[in-house]
Design a protein around this ligand. Sequence first.
Ligand SMILES: Nc1nc2c(c(=O)[nH]1)N[C@H]1C(S)=C(S)[C@@H](COP(=O)(O)OP(=O)(O)OC[C@H]3O[C@@H](n4cnc5c(N)ncnc54)[C@H](O)[C@@H]3O)O[C@H]1N2
Ligand code: MOO
Ligand SMILES: [Mg+2]
Length: 426
Amino acid sequence: MVEKRKPMPVEDAVRAVMKQTLAAETEMLPLAEAHGRMLAEDLTADHDVPPFNKSPYDGFAVRSEDTTGAGRDRPVTLTVAGEIGAGSVFPRPVEKGEVVRIMTGAEIPAGCDAVVMLELVKELGSDAIELKREIKHHDNISFQGEDAKKGTVLVEKGTFINPGISALLATFGFAQVSVAKKPRVGIIATGSELLEAGEPLEPGKIRNSNAYMAIAQVERAGGEAVYFGKFNDDFDDCLQATTEALQVVDALITTGGVSVGDYDYMPAIFESLGADVMFNKVAMRPGSVTTVAAAGSKVLFGLSGNPSACYVGFELFVRPLMRTAMKSSRPHLKKQSAFLAMDFPKANPFTRFVRASSYVEDGKVYVKPAGLDKSGSVTSIAGADVFIVLPGGTRGYEKGMKVDTLLLEDTEGSEWPWSSIVPSYR
Ligand SMILES: Nc1nc2c(c(=O)[nH]1)N[C@H]1C(S)=C(S)[C@@H](COP(=O)(O)OP(=O)(O)OC[C@H]3O[C@@H](n4cnc5c(N)ncnc54)[C@H](O)[C@@H]3O)O[C@H]1N2
Ligand code: MOO
Ligand SMILES: [Mg+2]
């Protein structure tokens, strides 16, 4: 008689995994290589941005009081005291009746309090200008600190370094950037039916897609993937491969062999390793057989062999642990609500994670399955940018209903998307 496994609610299973910690180290990288990594320290403004009042236009820096009363029929004439481009500073305070020819980005000279664009000025030779309008105090100035005030935390540690953050790092002088080291996540594919991508198909065999999908998922999550190869369903070979891999990684993913079949050796292998199994059944679909265990300081993720189940298992359980090791306080997939574009009439006692694509129509986000909605489907993963989350229950779901989705391509993440998932349709 096959052992009966007790399914754990998804939220509890995620919570159990998050009690583990992976090694969290940091390293210094040249700024030009930091894009796509996770910032290891908060980025705080150590000076104002801009650091001085500056001109947003090519024009003339003026003393606004000198233009009081100017109008179409009452032009004022002002003396050009000099000229500065961006990077230069006018050497003395500007006096009554004077203006300074100033280019975009240059510091506003002392004494001036506004800028007038070149196009609005009549130049009288190079020494004087004529103005036929009043210029108001503070017209056309980019103020010191208007973009960022000294002392403000601009980016929290654990944040994905996007191009804008690279710009901020440069702004604040970080030629070298402290980033989280990539967690090393190993991947082992198990299954006697597996061929590698370069091999021709044979009767009864399929190509190993999980390993390459998992490599890409590890990298998308910000980690370093270490692929150990595929192994036949042989207890000793798989035990040896798993034991060796665990020596050199922070976490290890195995795919396949976690169910109750005659050649599903992973549960016995986890036992031989003395690993502490947190759960071996989760109330989710696909991925109900997902098994996670702690092996000393390492975490072992026994993901399902079924491609869609393997994919979901990674995003729900492996990704947040990796992101936490990279100092993120938002390690989980980001949640967003959307409307169902079709019925899901069949009730399921387990929470479903439908690989789906989202699109906008009349300003509303709709979601529909990205392909065959089965655990064994490989094609539905390719077009998926979200999981539709359909909590388990006794009824199905109908087109037009508002549901929660989890975003797959987002880099921001969420603290804990699980508490308020839209409940089962009643
Ligand atoms: N009697 C029962 N049978 C099954 C149960 C159950 O509860 N009782 N659970 C089913 C569920 S749900 C799933 S999911 C699968 C899980 O299977 P395993 O994790 O043991 O994986 P395998 O048996 O090795 O393979 C399953 C399936 O996936 C294909 N596969 C495996 N590895 C790869 C790979 N690297 N790339 C692409 N495809 C892969 C494999 O050929 C099988 O078709 O068990 C159900 N059975
Ligand atoms: O674990 Mo299976 O993927 O539920 O289909
Ligand atoms: Mg199996």
